[in-house]
Structure formats: structure tokens, C-alpha cells
Design a binder for this molecule. Structure first.
Ligand code: GTP
Ligand code: MG
Length: 197
């Protein structure tokens, strides 16, 4: 898929205020600093579309970007550790949950996982939440440029093993590096296939 247009639409504090639309949307979710905003910029080829930072807790609102005038990308705050108060973290957690429960046009969640880490409790819990809510999702292993392919494959294998303890089927998985633009075609092709289902 070719991205002809990528436009920032709005930042909102609650799902009720998000744009009214029937166009499909794809949300990027994961721990703070995992690389959600960077991945959105990499996919859209716009280096400053979504705000990124080396400090966790950069994205604090529900951000909508309209792509090619026929679907949306959504950048969300991270969960887990962030240099913000517990109060803010709890607020984001609630906001994300409400978004997942209420957003009718949500086509799929991209759950981002740092490829350098062992399976983390907060990510596993989030996967369970998606399962409970019945939200379609795929896993994206980020920052693969930071280590060897071997190490990344080990991390993916560890995840698969962990997930198979509770799930019968594994979700689709992508390996990405926003630095090296790795995984871009695969993710855009996937979105196109869901859009045309
Ligand atoms: P929050 O909005 O705080 O939840 O973070 P985020 O998940 O949106 O992360 P963001 O995209 O802001 O990236 C966090 C840091 O990781 C930044 O310093 C990025 O430059 C860096 N980063 C993101 N993706 C990659 C990647 O693929 N490779 C490398 N080497 N660094 C990355
Ligand atoms: Mg962000």
C-alpha cells in the first residue's frame, strides 16, 4: 500500500470525544517507550507526525491520524512504567480500556513489545484483556536493530511458548525497526488486507 496522505486529525482525553467515523482504525498500544509513535512515523514516512521522545510517557492522549482519506491510525499513551504520577497512569489505563471497549470502528490493535525483553507481566496481562474484550490484535516486536536477529528470534520464541500456555492459537507477529524501516511493507500489507476484507 502506498501512503499518499497522512494527516493529524485530533488529540482527545476520552473516547467519547474521538472523531465520529465508520472508517476502520488501527491502534498502537504497548508499554511506555516501546516505540509506538516512532512506528507510526515510520509507517507513514512522516518523521514528525506523531511526537516521540526518549523519555517514557510522551504520548498522553488519544491521537487520530487519517490515512489516504480512508482509514485511521491511532497513537495511544503507554502503559506500565512512565515518569508520571500514579494518578496519571491510572487515568491512562482507564482511558485505554474505555477506548478498547467502546470504539466501534476499531479494526485491529497492534500490541507493541520490546524485542529485547523477556515476556513482561504487564504485556501478558494486556494480551489477556484484549482476549477478554474480544478485540482483534497482532503482536509487533520493536527495536530489532538494537540486537542480533538470533536474539530477536529467541525473544519471539519465548513469547510464543508463554502464550501457548493459555491460548490455543497464536496471534500474527511482526518484527520491526523504526530505525531501519523494517516491517513496514508487512504491516501496511496486513492493514490493506483487513481493510479489504
Ligand atoms: P510513549 O509515548 O512514551 O508511550 O512512548 P512510545 O511507545 O510512543 O515510544 P517512542 O516512539 O516515543 O520511542 C521511544 C524511544 O525509543 C525514542 O527515543 C525512539 O527514538 C526510540 N525508538 C523507537 N523505535 C525504535 C527503533 O525501532 N529502534 C531504535 N533504535 N530506537 C527506537
Ligand atoms: Mg508515544
Amino acid at each position: 500500500m502506498i501512503i499518499k496522505e497522512a494527516t493529524f486529525i485530533s488529540s482527545n482525553t476520552t473516547v467519547a470525544k474521538c472523531p465520529e467515523t465508520e472508517l476502520p482504525e488501527y491502534a498502537f498500544i504497548g508499554r511506555s517507550n516501546v516505540g509506538k509513535s516512532s512506528l507510526i512515523n515510520m509507517l507513514t514516512n512522516r518523521s514528525k507526525l506523531a511526537k516521540t521522545s526518549s523519555f517514557p510517557g510522551k504520548t498522553q492522549l488519544i491521537n487520530h491520524f487519517k490515512i489516504n482519506d480512508n482509514w485511521f491510525l491511532v497513537d495511544l499513551p503507554g502503559y506500565g512504567w512512565a515518569k508520571v504520577s500514579k494518578e496519571s497512569r491510572d487515568k491512562w489505563q482507564k482511558m485505554i480500556k474505555a477506548y478498547l471497549q467502546q470504539r466501534k470502528n476499531l479494526a485491529c490493535v497492534f500490541l507493541l513489545i520490546d524485542s529485547r525483553h523477556e515476556p513482561q507481566q504487564s504485556d501478558l496481562e494486556f494480551i489477556q484483556l484484549l482476549g477478554t474484550l474480544g478485540v482483534p490484535f497482532v503482536l509487533v516486536f520493536t527495536k530489532t536493530d538494537k540486537q542480533s536477529l538470533n536474539k530477536t528470534q529467541e525473544a519471539v520464541a519465548a513469547y510464543k511458548k508463554k502464550l501457548l500456555e493459555t491460548w490455543e492459537e497464536l496471534p500474527q507477529m511482526f518484527l520491526t525497526s523504526s530505525e531501519e524501516k523494517k516491517g513496514r511493507d508487512e504491516i501496511l500489507d496486513f492493514i490493506e488486507s483487513v481493510n479489504t476484507e
